[in-house]
Design a protein around this ligand. Structure first.
Ligand code: GTP
Ligand code: MG
Length: 195
């Protein structure tokens, strides 16, 4: 898929504020600082589209970006950073849970994980929650420019083995680097197929 047009549409602090049209959402989530916003900029080829920061917790709202006037690419708030506030129950905020479980626009969810780290408990809990609720998702390994080809392969194998302990079928997995543009073609053609 070629992205010819990418425009910021809106930020939502509540599920009731997300766009009410028929365009489908493809969303990106993961721990704070994993590289969601950077990946969105890399995929769209628009450097400043989503705000990138070295301070975790930059993205607090649900951000919709219209792609080719055909679908929405969605930047979700990171989990595992903001202290759990009174309005949130559990480790994933109400905003994240409402969006993931209730938003009918949500068509596919990419869970981003840092390729340099061994499988993190919070990511595994999030993935389990998705599986239990039948949410279609895939995994994107981020920041692979920091690894050698061998380390990259090992990282994917380690994740597959961990998920394989619990799941019969593995989700689609992609390696990415926003620095180098790695994974762009694979991820975009996957999105094209699932839309
Ligand atoms: P929050 O919005 O705070 O949850 O973070 P985020 O997941 O959107 O992460 P963001 O894209 O803001 O990136 C966090 C940090 O990681 C920034 O300092 C980025 O420059 C860096 N980063 C993101 N992607 C890559 C990558 O592919 N390679 C390298 N080397 N650094 C990256
Ligand atoms: Mg962000």
């Amino acid at each position: 898929m070629q992205i010819t047009k990418a425009d910021f549409k809106c930020s939502s602090e509540k599920i009731s504020q997300v766009p009410k049209d028929d365009l489908r959402d493809v969303a990106f989530i993961g721990r704070s600082n994993v590289g969601k916003s950077s990946l969105i900029n890399m995929l769209t080829g628009r450097k400043g589209l989503a705000k990138v920061s070295s301070t975790p917790g930059k993205t607090r709202l649900i951000n919709h970006f219209t792609i080719n006037n055909q679908w929405y690419l969605v930047d979700l708030p990171g989990y595992g950073y903001a202290r759990v506030s009174k309005s949130t129950r559990g480790e994933f905020s109400k905003l994240i849970m409402d969006y993931v479980l209730k938003c009918e626009k949500m068509h596919f969810l990419f869970v981003l994980v840092d390729s340099r780290l061994e499988p993190q408990a919070i990511d595994l809990r999030f993935i389990r929650m998705l599986g239990e609720n039948g949410i279609p998702f895939g995994i994107i390994f981020t920041k692979t420019d920091k690894l050698s080809a061998t380390q990259r392969r090992k990282s994917v194998e380690r994740y597959s083995a961990t998920l394989g302990e619990e799941w019969e079928e593995l989700p689609p997995m992609f390696c990415s680097s926003s620095e180098k543009g790695t994974g762009r073609e694979e991820i975009l053609s996957f999105i094209e197929k699932c839309l």
